[in-house]
Design a protein around this ligand. Structure first.
Ligand code: TYM
Length: 344
């Protein structure tokens, strides 16, 4: 079985794919630095597919109007952050119905025990979240998202590593069972340092919506004065030396990473520049760098949200591009697993 059908256009560059859940009105700095910044860089080099994981968001009960609003806002933030919909296919997961179909095939390849060992499911249920079966099968839908596009790389933050591992296992299992050349085994693209932006108040935990306190989080859509205030009150340590040392100085190291990615200055250079200066100076400069980066972002967001019809048009055109690949993959998968083609 050939990997590519004759009607499919040859691929110009290797593919990459990634997605984010629309679980909030605003992405946070972890989403931005851990993933979005790399999406933007990689779109020059790769055939990129970026999507809003709205089906995954259904695993947490959300008001339908809120979900719709957040889905559009999440897509708009991809664009405001630099994803170019002319170059990258930008779409909603639910617009390409093949994702759910391949998700089912992945469910049927996954052992019950294997799924039970996924840490995100274990953590959420341990915290008392009332889990549904969708949350349990979440990683298999994610595997489908990735394998659908023959993605060579998947740019994500550190917290997605286990999901990437099960995706690779499932691709290999599929190929062993149904023949080599069925699915591409993807590589994670996880950048050391920025792949785990930490909570400002609890710098040993990752920044997240459900973190220690609202002061630990930087939302991309937050008021700049509040962003600066949260950075100024970031937890550091009792020394005074600005040095990158994740183990002993997690708070300072986190601030250095944030500065470095946004200003494009190497960490060693920052260490030199802050030698003999206190944490107050570092925090002030980090706040300036973050606010400088987010001011044009917020301005672009306002323009995008002002024209929802244009945003929907972009998403529709991205889904058209994604569907071409998804339909070819599903035709191949259906054939390999033994489903009878529908007569035309
Ligand atoms: P989500 O929506 O939780 O997060 C989106 C992206 O942000 C990264 N991230 C972080 N990076 C660094 N520091 C942090 N503190 C931080 N917090 C979040 C995440 O690693 C992610 O890259 N399961 C995925 C969505 C998804 C997906 C996919 C991703 C669905 N299908 C297919 C890639 C490929 C998720 O919930 O990400």
């Amino acid at each position: 079985m050939a990997r590519m059908s004759a009607t499919e256009t040859p691929q110009a560059a290797p593919r990459i794919l990634s997605g984010m859940q629309p679980t909030s009105d605003s992405l946070h700095l972890g989403n931005y630095l851990g993933a979005l910044v790399n999406w933007v860089k990689l779109q020059d080099e790769f055939d990129a597919y970026y999507f809003v994981a709205d089906l995954h968001a259904l695993t947490v009960p959300t008001d339908p109007a809120v979900l719709r609003d957040r889905t559009r806002k999440t897509a708009a933030q991809f664009i405001a952050g630099g994803v170019d919909p002319e170059r990258s296919a930008l779409f909603c997961q639910s617009h390409v119905t093949e994702h759910a179909e391949l998700g089912w095939v992945m469910n049927c390849l996954t052992g019950f025990g294997e799924a039970s060992r996924m840490t995100q499911f274990k953590d959420k249920t341990a915290k008392g979240q009332n889990a549904n079966v969708g949350l349990f099968t979440y990683p298999m839908l994610m595997a489908a998202d990735i394998l659908m596009y023959d993605a060579a790389y998947v740019p994500v933050g550190e917290d997605q590593r286990q999901h990437l591992e099960i995706t690779r296992d499932l691709a290999e299992r599929f190929n062993t069972r149904f023949g080599e050349g069925g699915l591409v085994v993807p590589e994670p693209y996880i950048v050391k340092g920025s792949a785990k932006i930490q909570d400002l108040q609890d710098p040993t935990s990752k920044m997240s919506k459900t973190g220690s306190s609202p002061k630990g989080l930087i939302d991309l859509m937050q008021d700049p004065a509040k962003i600066a205030k949260n950075i100024r009150s970031a937890v550091t340590d009792t020394e005074a030396e600005v040095r990158y040392d994740v183990e002993n100085k997690p708070g300072v190291s986190n601030l250095l990473v944030i500065h470095s990615v946004l200003s494009g200055t190497r960490i060693e250079e920052l260490e030199r520049a802050f030698a003999g200066r206190g944490y107050g100076d570092l925090k002030k400069e980090v706040a300036d760098v973050v606010v400088d980066a987010l001011t044009p972002f917020q301005k672009r967001m306002a323009e995008l949200l002002d024209d929802p019809a244009e945003l929907d048009r972009i998403l529709a055109s991205g889904a058209d591009r994604a569907r071409v690949v998804a339909q070819a993959t599903m035709a191949r998968v259906r054939d390999l697993v033994g489903l009878v083609p529908a007569a035309r």
